[in-house]
Design a protein around this ligand. Structure first.
Ligand code: 13P
Length: 248
């Protein structure tokens, strides 16, 4: 019922020419994918990425967006600017933005709302730190994040969101959550969405897993009932690896 969505978060990698090269390589390889396929290059690569992806089933996303329409917000990019380029998705609240740039759940919520109001699909990241998991407070952390980032939305808006559950200790470490642990937390997130917005919304929203997802573990993760996709970092930078995940 929920169409799976596999998105590549390229982080701070690739020049515009390299973005074009990677998307050109991906196009024939992912053309029969059964899931939505999204690539999220750095801002400066977005025009080249949209151009390269034209006429294919690859959609382009950004890695962040500001919540104001315009103004004195040095280095920020607005929803209208992304829309004008043909960008359809945007990652918000990635743990690297939270850890290194001080983004809070309240700011992430504003960014997600602005994206939705402008017609761009937000991929909203949540996930616990290693210390939080070890302290047994994973549910408490993830519940708080989920409630705050999804605040003040209409049911219709929540249905359009994608949530990415990315345990921070699994990002870029080669440590993947077991399929059981990922399923368990993602089902828990869905139960929070149900509590906030009802079962119809909870059944509709797509929730991805992210954190060292790769060709080796994609099939088993995607086989779990509540895991609706993946947000892929390192393995999205090489056409064969990302293709293998997309065609899990
Ligand atoms: P890795 O796949 O490199 O662990 O990164 C995951 C991630 O942060 C995707 O947003």
């Amino acid at each position: 019922m929920r169409k799976p969505i596999i998105a590549g978060n390229w982080k701070m990698n690739k020049t515009p020419a390299e973005a074009t090269e990677l998307i050109e390589a991906l196009k024939p390889l992912v053309k029969d994918a059964q899931c939505d396929v999204v690539v999220c290059p750095p801002f400066v690569c977005l025009p080249a990425a949209v151009e390269a992806a034209k006429g294919s089933n690859i959609k382009v996303g950004a890695q962040n967006v500001h919540f104001e329409k315009s103004g004195a917000f040095t280095a920020e990019v607005s929803v209208d600017m992304l829309k004008a380029l043909g960008v359809e998705y945007v990652i918000v609240g990635h743990s690297e933005r939270r850890q290194y740039f001080g983004e809070t759940d309240a700011v992430v919520n504003k960014r997600a709302l602005a994206a939705l109001e402008g017609g761009i699909t937000p991929i909203i990241c949540v996930g616990e730190l290693k210390s939080e998991r070890e302290s047994g407070i994973t549910h408490a952390i993830v519940e708080l994040q989920t409630r705050l980032v999804l605040a003040n939305m209409t049911e219709c808006q929540v249905k359009k969101c994608v949530i990415a559950y990315e345990p921070v200790w699994a990002i870029g470490t080669g440590l993947t959550a077991t399929k059981e642990d990922a399923q368990e937390v993602i089902a828990f997130i869905r139960s929070i969405v149900c509590d906030m917005y009802g079962s119809e919304v909870a059944e509709a929203i797509r929730i991805q897993y992210g954190g060292s997802m790769n060709p080796k573990n994609a099939t088993e993760l995607m086989g779990m009932p509540d895991i609706d996709g993946g947000l892929i970092g390192g393995a999205s930078l090489k056409a064969p690896d990302f293709t293998a995940v997309v065609n899990y």
